[in-house]
Design a protein around this ligand. Structure first.
Ligand code: ZN
Length: 477
């Protein structure tokens, strides 16, 4: 993993020409009204560039031009953006500016004011990610970011942003790996590697034999048709603080064919992303270690592959979950909640302060919220509010859906305590109601990232690295 070098320095705007870097970036609220304290040749270069139409994007918010004579920097990137805007408005423009800068080795950011540093550095760090398995992409050149301003920019904020960006890069890498590489056992190996890399992290893996002993029958059931049997992976982050841990639970379906309730062929390749919840947990655990979060955090990954086979589970099968409740599996494609329910029961043993699960759980969530917001459901209103605020502050937003008891009735089964699907109406909520049945002992929230994990921008099918910023904002407070 490539980690950006960070430098922070207080400098006088008059000395901007002296900043040695390849590309100098900054933001101004308006390209017509430039800061008075900028060097004269910088002001005139930007004004000329703006008038000459050297604007990079359609909404005229990004100006790229050669640095004025006498500057040590070679390029200038000026973003028309008020940095006091909410972070969800800042995230995209900053990302575009940093994407332009990524072709240089050393970037410098002139921070006219202290805010948004973490979003900026997070964005810069994510620019260093390139997919390299099976396709040789040129490595990113960006290695260093210098943060300069009239006040000394906060190194702490910058390092936090970098930690989040590193976590997002890990999430993206794992999510984008194909199903024939990224199997449950592969995830287990990566967890062990991570445990070896950070003193604060330890990994523990449960094999199918151990899962049988634990009575994690629904997790096992989902993997019955696959040659790559399930794993339950624990990642423990110690932290300096004491107290009860926060547990993150990730859905890790490394490939989802739907099982016997087979999905249609079109776009089935995207089902390699069905472990994005697990990948987000990996990313958050790495970010915890990088940012040295105080609170203890435990990541649980329920990993399985959902395949049709002579040995696969069938629609109508009744399975006893680890909690003792029975489930009638009416549709084998609603498998995410089956692996999660046993993991939620397992989470109980850590006496958690709160449990948050992350899953690409329902297509219905894409219908409800599109690719813009993550779906949030919770049995604890205080926890829901804190997570919603963390989403706002990090620019990685979620929107709450209700878990009213009326919805629970849709999970009625004639043959078991509950059915694993509740029909078409409110499919995201009934999935949440299903999980809630296994989260009775602790404050719990469920994040449905089906719409936000790989937003399919112009058919490119790339992982977004979503949910890691939201989780980290929550975990640091
Ligand atoms: Zn499925």
């Amino acid at each position: 993993m490539k980690k950006l070098k960070i430098q922070v320095q207080k400098i006088d705007p008059k000395a901007l020409a002296e900043v040695s870097c390849d590309v100098l970036l900054t933001a101004v609220p308006s390209l017509k009204k430039l800061p008075k304290n900028w060097p004269g040749n910088l002001r005139s270069a930007v004004t000329k560039g703006f008038k000459a139409g050297m604007v990079q994007d359609s909404d005229g918010a990004l100006l790229q031009l050669p640095a004025p004579t006498g500057f040590k920097a070679r390029r200038l990137i000026v973003l028309r953006q008020d940095l006091k805007a909410p972070h969800h408005e800042l995230a995209k423009p900053l990302h575009r500016a940093l994407a332009l800068a990524a072709s240089s080795r050393a970037a410098a950011w002139w921070a006219p004011e202290p805010g948004a540093l973490d979003v900026l550095v997070r964005s810069a760090q994510t620019q260093t990610y390139r997919y390299t398995h099976g396709k040789k992409n040129p490595v990113a050149r960006l290695e260093q970011i210098k943060l300069i301003g009239p006040e000394r920019p906060s190194r702490r904020e910058a390092e936090f942003g970098r930690a989040v960006g590193c976590g997002q890069n890990l999430m993206r890498e794992l999510s984008e790996l194909p199903g024939n590489v990224c199997t449950p056992e592969y995830l287990a190996r990566r967890a062990r590697t991570l445990g070896g890399q950070y003193r604060q992290l330890t990994a523990k893996v449960h094999t199918p034999t151990q899962l049988k002993r634990l009575k994690m029958n629904t997790l096992l059931q989902v993997g019955l048709g696959s040659g790559h049997p399930p794993r339950l992976i624990e990642l423990h982050y110690k932290g300096a603080g004491r107290g009860r841990p926060i547990v993150l639970v990730g859905k890790g379906i490394t490939f989802d064919t739907g099982g016997i309730s087979l999905k249609p062929g079109a776009k089935m390749d995207e089902m390699k992303f069905d472990m994005s919840g697990a990948a987000a947990v990996f990313g958050a655990m790495l970010a915890c270690a990088e940012a040295e979060i105080r609170s203890p955090v435990i990541g649980l990954i329920a990993a399985a592959e959902n395949m049709p086979d002579g040995l696969a589970g069938r629609p109508g099968d009744v399975v006893t979950t680890m909690s003792g409740k029975t489930v009638e599996i009416l549709n084998t494609d609603a498998e995410g909640r089956l692996v999660l329910c046993d993991a939620l029961t397992f989470a109980q043993r850590f006496k958690p302060r709160a449990v948050i699960d992350l899953a690409t759980l329902t297509g219905a969530c894409v219908v409800a919220l599109g690719h813009v917001a993550t779906g949030l459901m919770s049995n604890d209103e205080a926890l829901a509010q804190v997570l919603l605020e963390a989403g706002q502050r990090s620019g990685d937003r979620a929107w709450q859906l209700p878990l009213w008891p009326e919805y629970r009735q849709q999970l009625h089964s004639e043959y078991a305590d509950l059915a694993n699907i509740g029909g078409a109406p409110a499919g995201t909520i009934t999935a949440g109601c299903f999980l809630q049945e296994f989260a009775e002992e602790f404050p719990w929230a469920h994040l449905d990232i089906a719409g936000t994990a790989w937003p399919d921008a112009m058919g490119r099918k790339r992982s977004s690295g979503c949910a890691v910023p939201l989780l980290m904002e929550y975990l640091r407070s």
